[in-house]
Write a protein that binds this ligand. Structure first.
Ligand code: TRP
Length: 547
């Protein structure tokens, strides 16, 4: 505390650093995927309402709390309360969240390094776009193809003789050979659903799969069919192979943490501000370029239509909690990241306008990300493959490589993901570093080394197994962030002196009504909404655990 506190050089410095924190994997990876799952349109509207009624008020409160106290998340509560109160545990919860979130965030950020390299090197070039024969040398792909062809064959008209043979193989009853064909047809209709498992039981499935594969390959549209079937399999297996190679995944995780360490230990101005001032404009430019590219491709504008109108039928009970949890995550709220960045603001900074800028930029970029990804999916008529991870690392690379300039586009895209993730990761590390610096009086270098080292270790389980990653993800997004955000809103709305926040509005000549609207929302609307959603989420969690 004795050292003089650093400051951002000015308004732009803070806005770019804070929006660098906000814009990240949440915007590029998570938002398009949950928007797709929840049917776009109405879900986007719910999300925007969460941003406006929950995100923005907490954003203003959090940055203000940091600026007013010039302290880390724990010390900030003590400073405003003028003594140590139980609210300092909100800060401790925040510092813990930084560990939990960064431990898996850094692992996913590491994937983008792998994919930048993959898309420059030969991995995707060897995709058999032109000749499928090459693909047939790989056992796994042949199996996937056989299966797909057979499943498709069952939906196509079959000859009576074929039906009889399949039934015979599946049911292994002698009588079938003598059965009249109208009975065969009846029986086939009845057993159709079970055929695959029956054939598997009788170890006949491969024979029939091969039979249809051979037959199908004589048809003209076979190549096209094959591309559609094989490419996702190829891409998923490429991804799975990489994830299974945990020493490599851990190495990228180590590299991400080392880069963060390097930037954060260089300090606010020389490290974080310098990096984000260079990276954020580059990121915006890249995203704009890719969005235009996608929109031009999608002549019917199906991607944009989905975003605006979508399919409200896909909304479900958990859609609203999902939108809310994501609002916290994408704005980096509820754990003191914005508070920490705010604590390096100069005293004359305009918190309200800066909060509006950061919230606006983050929302804009989330929407741009959708307009960049959805058109590509629609044009090629693809479902984003399994789970949220799929969209960015299995479906998209294939699509990018269909452009004639794909070799340029794909590396560009993954570098973009890397940059966005990096500027967010440094903000998470900064929370822990500022805490160690302010509360434990460590110098910046030591604090950075300890925090980054510990987070690297906590992240190892997520690097070893993707399925483990769900725990820190759910724990932070569904519980820690909404809880932290709720308590920050209560603290700034009910415990802190009203004039502290009011001054931020008066100093910069905002009309009185704007403060009144903000303060009322922060005191009542935001906490009420978060509490309702929170109770709903917890009861769902309990139900899941019980069942
Ligand atoms: N907001 C970032 C994203 O959208 C992630 C992030 C950075 C974050 N710092 C945070 C999330 C603090 C929660 C809290 O990817």
């Amino acid at each position: 505390m004795s050292q003089k506190r650093e400051h951002w050089s000015g308004k732009l410095g803070f806005i770019l650093a804070a929006s660098g924190s906000a814009v990240g994997l949440g915007n590029l990876w998570k938002f398009p995927y949950i928007t797709w799952q929840n049917g776009g349109g109405l879900f986007v509207l719910i999300y925007l309402l969460c941003i406006l009624l929950i995100g923005l008020p907490i954003m203003i409160a959090e940055i203000a709390l940091g600026k007013i106290s010039s302290r880390d998340p724990v010390g900030a509560f003590d400073f405003v309360s003028k003594r140590k109160t139980r609210f300092r545990y909100v800060g401790i919860l925040g510092v813990l969240s930084a560990f939990v979130i960064l431990s898996f965030y850094s692992v996913v950020a590491g994937w983008s390094i792998e994919y930048s390299i993959k898309s420059i090197s030969s991995d995707f070039k060897s995709i058999p776009y032109e000749s499928y024969k090459e693909a047939l040398t790989d056992d796994r792909k042949v199996k996937a193809l056989q299966k797909a062809v057979f499943e498709e064959a069952l939906t196509q008209p079959l000859t009576d003789i074929e039906k009889r043979e399949i039934l015979h193989a599946a049911l292994s009853q002698k009588t079938i050979q003598q059965m009249p064909f109208d009975e065969i047809n009846e029986l086939f209709k009845k057993e159709k659903k079970n055929l695959i498992s029956l054939l598997k039981e009788n170890k006949q499935i491969e024979t029939w799969q091969n039979y249809f594969l051979a037959k199908r390959s004589k048809r003209k549209d076979f190549n096209e069919f094959m591309h559609k079937t094989l490419l996702p399999v190829y891409s998923s297996s490429l991804f799975a192979d990489f994830l299974n190679n945990w020493p490599k995944v851990s190495l990228w995780h180590l590299i991400i943490m080392s880069i963060c360490l390097l930037i954060v230990s260089s300090g606010i101005k020389k490290g974080i501000e310098k990096t984000t001032k260079f990276l954020m404009p580059l990121l915006l430019l890249l995203m704009f370029f890719m969005m235009i590219n996608s929109l031009m491709l999608d002549k019917e504008q199906e991607g944009v239509k989905f975003l605006l109108f979508g399919d409200p039928g896909k909304l479900h009970g958990l859609s609203i909690p999902e939108a809310m949890g994501h609002a916290f995550f994408t704005l980096s709220l509820g754990m003191g990241a914005m508070l920490t960045y705010g604590s390096y603001m100069k005293k004359d900074s305009d918190v309200v306008s800066d909060a509006l800028w950061v919230t606006g930029l983050d929302t804009l970029i989330a929407l741009i990300a959708c307009m960049m990804i959805f058109p590509i999916i629609f044009v090629y008529g693809l479902e984003p493959t399994s789970g949220g991870i799929g969209i960015l690392f299995t479906t998209l690379p294939l699509e990018l490589f269909k452009f004639s300039y794909g070799y340029l586009l794909a590396p560009l895209f993954y570098i973009l993901v890397f940059l966005a993730a990096l500027t967010s990761a440094i903000s998470l590390l900064e929370v822990a570093v500022t805490y160690l610096k302010d509360e434990w009086n460590l110098d910046r270098d030591k604090a950075s080394l300890i925090a980054a080292g510990a987070i690297f270790l906590v992240g190892i389980p997520s690097a070893i197994s993707v399925s483990f990653m769900e725990y820190p993800d759910a724990l932070s997004t569904n519980i820690m962030l909404p809880l932290g955000g709720l308590l920050i809103a209560i603290f700034m709305g009910h415990k802190a002196e009203k004039t502290l926040l009011e001054n931020e509005f008066i100093k910069h000549k905002y009309p009185k009504w704007s403060f009144d609207v903000f303060y009322f929302t922060l005191r009542y609307i935001t906490p009420a909404l978060v509490t309702i959603v929170f109770i709903f989420l917890l009861s769902d969690l309990v139900k899941k655990i019980v069942s």
